[in-house]
Design a protein around this ligand. Structure first.
Ligand SMILES: NC(=O)c1ccc[n+]([C@@H]2O[C@H](COP(=O)([O-])OP(=O)(O)OC[C@H]3O[C@@H](n4cnc5c(N)ncnc54)[C@H](O)[C@@H]3O)[C@@H](O)[C@H]2O)c1
Length: 374
């Protein structure tokens, strides 16, 4: 069982003192809640159990632990597992993907092309959003990157253009790639970003909502303000951008496609790290996609959800470098035996935004190496 205690950092947000066991490895500005596993309540015990039959020891007729310490070992959350995330100023950079965006002459369906489309990606400055945005550009789309971190969005927009030019020497028409600030959880900020994107691109055809984050507290210790923020970004942020883009599409009487980035956590409970509010938020995102798909079907606006499994981004790489046991535990639970990489989402998101998926709406596409089917 994974026993190592790690800490979730909130950058400058929390300044509560650390428990002494964690203080040596933790950053100064962080809060953590560590409780031993033994605090788990025992299920009721059968007084008639005599301890002689090993098969009965493995059933509900025996008390917990009667058949060994393996009981529930790979199926439980562990309250002591708290993952350290760096503050925003120290977030590792996501490198631009090399060698995928050039012109090619392989036969493929034209309906996968996003030529003459404008796609907007929230949370597009880093991680999955950045790489999905790059996939959309490679597939013919213009791109508006929207992010809380505008400086990073601008930097990455420049790098995407540079990479595209390198991979397409002599190309006549370069893609239009722009960077914009938004706090997706704030309706005014969302409206301002939408107006800015429209001023630069004149239209928005596709939306990918990738702005989101997770954090790990056991449910009882979860600070309420943090929970509200988590749901604000993951759920409200998805909703606000979706309705903004849908309104624009309806005014234009244009078809469009929206892809919401959920997570396999919206369907299963990850172990060992506890993250109940995140799991619930991602379940909400999935069902929001289904609900809006029905509501907007008559307007030719499709809404789908991609639910990634464990993906190795610059951020998860840092976390796993610091917690190799976690990597082993995660990969032991994935049928494919590997974590995904952000590039594994390029095709999935292009498919769902393009005409290749014209009859697909309200669907959830899990890109998780089979995690959720076991
Ligand atoms: N990485 C994984 O293994 C994984 C797995 C399943 C689902 N997801 C989901 O994929 C999405 C992207 O995750 P990631 O791993 O790329 O994370 P990331 O932290 O690398 O990138 C998230 C981006 O969102 C931006 N962002 C955060 N809060 C914002 C806000 N309020 N307004 C605007 N932008 C904001 C950040 O600045 C960052 O650029 C998230 O919704 C996440 O829950 C990730």
């Amino acid at each position: 069982m994974f026993k190592q205690s790690v800490v979730r950092a909130f950058g400058a947000i929390n300044n509560t003192a650390l428990p002494t066991t964690l203080a040596a490895t933790a950053r100064p500005a962080m809060r953590c809640f560590a409780r031993p596993l033994s605090s788990t309540t025992m299920r009721s015990q059968n007084k008639d159990y005599d301890g002689k039959d090993p098969k009965i020891a493995a059933t509900t007729q025996a008390p917990q632990g009667a058949s060994g310490s393996q009981e529930g070992q790979f199926a439980r959350t562990d309250e002591s597992v708290q993952i350290e995330y760096p503050p925003d100023s120290e977030m590792p950079k996501q490198p631009i993907v090399q060698g995928r965006g050039g012109m090619h002459f392989k036969r493929t369906l034209a309906s996968f092309s996003l030529e003459n489309k404008v796609s907007m990606v929230t949370g597009g400055a880093r991680g999955l959003g950045l790489v999905m945005g790059q996939g959309l550009v490679a597939s013919g789309s213009d791109l508006a990157i929207v992010d809380l971190n505008k400086a990073e969005a601008e930097d990455q927009a420049g790098k995407l253009i540079e990479q595209f030019r390198k991979e397409n020497p002599g190309i006549e028409q370069m893609p239009n790639i722009t960077a914009h600030y938004a706090d997706v959880a704030n309706p005014d900020s969302v409206n301002e970003a939408l107006a800015e994107v429209l001023a630069k691109h004149q239209q928005i055809d596709n939306l990918v909502t990738s702005a989101g984050f997770t954090e790990n507290f056991d449910a009882i210790s979860y600070p309420f303000d943090r929970m509200k923020k988590l749901w604000g970004v993951n759920v409200d942020g998805t909703y606000l951008f979706a309705i903004g883009v849908a309104k624009h599409l309806m005014e234009r009487k244009a078809p469009g496609s929206i892809v919401m980035i959920g997570s396999m956590s919206g369907a299963i409970v990850n172990v060992p790290q506890p993250q109940a509010p995140y799991n619930a938020a991602k379940a909400a995102v999935r069902h929001l996609a289904a609900s809006l798909a029905v509501e907007w079907a008559a307007h030719d606006i499709r809404v789908n959800c991609i639910s990634p499994g464990y993906m190795l981004t610059a951020l998860t790489r840092k976390i796993l470098d610091e917690n190799p046991q976690l990597r082993d535990q995660w990969t032991s639970l994935i049928p494919v035996g590997k974590m995904g990489v952000p590039e594994d989402l390029m095709g999935a998101v292009t498919f769902l935004l393009s005409d290749a998926s014209k009859y697909v709406t309200g669907a959830e596409l899990r890109v998780d190496g089979g995690y959720t089917v076991t």
